[in-house]
Design a protein around this ligand. Structure first.
Ligand code: PRP
Ligand code: MN
Ligand code: MG
Length: 181
């Protein structure tokens, strides 16, 4: 285990098991709909990459980079589009893939944008949900795990751009982020 991690919340195999289960549900729900899976960079990249390989139906992938956190641990509430989609979403069945929903501000903004672009449907799959921190009414359509209000990193989730490459999800030691959390 990495020395900055206090406790492992979900091991590599627990994550893999959950991703397989979510993939099976999406396979059934999106049969013949050719969904467009949108990865919200950068955090959702590892999850997206594993999830699409667990979905056994035609799909397309695209990437969008929005950031509301920067190097801080608190959402500023201002969502910036850093990279937009290449794909036209009009008439498409969209699945937004996220690593974690915290306040819900990032997704609130994104879902609104996708609906204004006339997607046929927009659903959200998130690996982690932290409902204790929600400031919006947002609820994921598909969720891997609920997590407590702790600073979690790994499997895409960062603190100041670090720890995204950990193969598990863990709680960061408080002395690492200090008062920033
Ligand atoms: C994190 C996380 C989600 C979002 C959740 O992304 O990956 O996208 O914050 O927070 P919210 O529900 O309060 O909006 P971040 O902005 O840190 O960018 P990153 O994915 O590049 O790390
Ligand atoms: Mn993110
Ligand atoms: Mg981040």
């Amino acid at each position: 285990m990495h020395e900055d991690i206090r406790e492992v919340l979900f091991s590599q195999s627990q994550i893999q098991e959950k991703v397989t289960e979510l993939g099976q549900r999406l396979t059934e729900d999106y049969k013949d709909l050719n969904p467009l899976c949108i990865c919200v960079l950068k955090g959702a990249a590892p999850f997206m990459s594993d999830l699409v390989r667990a979905i056994d139906t035609h799909l397309e992938m695209d990437y969008m980079a929005v950031s509301s956190y920067g190097n801080s641990t608190k959402s500023s509430g201002v969502v910036r589009i850093i990279k937009d989609l290449d794909t036209t979403v009009e008439g498409r069945h969209v699945i937004v893939v996220e690593d974690i929903i915290d306040s819900g501000l990032t997704l609130n903004y994104l879902l609104d944008l996708l609906r204004r672009r006339n997607a046929a449907s927009v659903k959200v799959v998130t690996l982690l949900d932290k409902p204790g921190r929600r400031t919006t009414g947002l609820k994921p359509d598909y969720c891997g795990f609920e997590v407590p209000d702790e600073f979690v990193v790994g499997y895409g989730l960062d603190y100041a751009e670090k720890y995204r490459n950990l193969p598990y999800i863990g709680i960061l030691k408080k002395e690492i982020y200090g008062d920033a959390g």
